[in-house]
Write a protein that binds this ligand. Sequence first.
Ligand code: AGP
Length: 618
Amino acid sequence: MCGITGYIGTRKAYPIVINGLRRLEYRGYDSAGVMVFDGSKMNLIKTKGKVSDLELIANKDPQKKEGNIAIGHTRWATHGVPNDVNSHPHFSQSGDLVIVHNGIIENYDTIKKELVSRGYKFHSDTDTEVLVNLIEEVKKQNNCKLGKAVQLALNQVTGAYAIAVFDRTKPNEIIVARLGSPIAIGVGKNNEEFFIASDASPFIEFTKDAIYLEDEEMAIIKLGRDIRVRKIHDDTIVNASTQELQLSLEQIEKGGYDHFMIKEIHEQPKAITDTYRGRMLADQGIIRMAGVDDNIEKFLNAERIIIVACGTSWHAGLVGEYLLEDMARIPVEVEYASEFRYRNPIITPKDIVIAISQSGETADTLAAIKLAKSKGAFVFGICNVVGSSIARETMAGAYTHAGPEIGVASTKAFTTQITVLTLISLKLAKAKGTLSNSAFHMYLQKMQLIPAKVKKLLQIDEKVKEIAKVYKDAKNCLYLGRGFNFPVALEGALKLKEISYIHAEGYPAAEMKHGPIALIDENMPIFVIATNKGHYEKVVSNIQEIKSRSGKIIAIVTEGDVTVKEIADHVIEIPETEEALTPLLTTIPFQLLSYHIAVMLGKNVDQPRNLAKSVTVE
Ligand code: AGP
């Protein structure tokens, strides 16, 4: 959490860095800062608030924006409240060194005490100020160059970091390093300029050549010279290869929409198609997926599949449990990565662990993967971000190909993760013979129709807006679903909570009677999924129970429904499909509803309070 960016070269550095920070704001947005080196002085501008607040301050003093070297930061606070002083960049005591940092230094307190005893004074509450002073102290003690000092200092810290460090006395280089937090370096023509960022989005209009540091690597970025990468812990020289970026500028802009979230909701027909393109050959009755094909024996012999993930990805994992067990008859457990990693789980080499993550950077999921690998399990990843840490850490996997998801609230990540899980389930079901040939072909045909159905469903936007108007002032909401749609109820509640700050809970519809029903009165909106093939009669009974306690029912039903229409206060129809595929449709109205409620309440939809897009700290 936190975005870092930097530039060293011949262009004006401030606009590049500030623009980069805007693109990285999804990573954290409680404070922002930039240091611009003007050739002799390091000018620091930083503030609590968003990058736009930083720009307002910077515009008052244009002289401070002049220079060809800059580093910047957008923060999600870990140590120290969000305020001007705790914002990055941080200077060392002498004022020669400056740092930006994404991550946590866990042993900062011990190091701080040691530095204080040596006369260092601290101005902020951050672990980052401790790190930059440690580097300064190590540099002084060892009388070494900045690169060596960074390396020696990092060998004394525990925790996670992506850092960029600059020394004003050696103004032709920036040192970067990573452990647990991502960092990409954009390489300009003839090494005349370099870009640094938490992901490649800040520099795609300048260069397509990028080097991604691996964990425990650091790089010395020096103008006019090839980048030198080495291991932090044992000094090994690393032959880092340059990758060609596939990202386009258009993909990371709003394209006429008011918010990224609504753009991404509307991108789902294409995103789902992109996910199965080249993998699902419906007419030939084939599903190809290299990560599964290459390891098919492991999948077929697996005694159990354990899915690990967090948040929305965990909800997709729950849908995966229903799909895999129903179709492929493999026992599945779905675990919160944060619990799994610390509860001494039983994992054997006969288990397959599937890790799901949009960003591919979620710290808990990454740790769960490492644990599973250490116990001998085969670990398969489902990620969106190409080249992300989780994509690299897993032994095989499948990308969702959803394109960049920038809105903090996950939308297209969810539906594309479910798409991958559906393909895997169908593929394994076919290989195991647990699904008849005709059922397999039927699913492929119906799956192919999903993008068009999502597109049609998106036309209900106006109707959802009307419903949003009625319920936007609710204080509490319930979301109910059964079977494949129970996880969608959880996801619907999460979407509402995270962007509108309305309290919402998801439950399996039948669980109502075991407690939550006590909450129902005439002020409680209850969103119920009642698709025609999914325990329909049972859900209708659950709806009746709510109605007789005066709850307000907003039901998601299948086109042509008659029964629920008579009871519910509002209905939203989804196109007909197989029940196993309905989560790809039922989730759409919930996404739209949360979006419209949040907009009507004047909330910051793409950057909800206290949140960040990728949670790279535990
Ligand atoms: C959901 O809208 C959130 N963005 C959050 O729950 C997210 O799904 C979770 O943090 C996991 O992120 P990941 O998929 O990038 O691992």
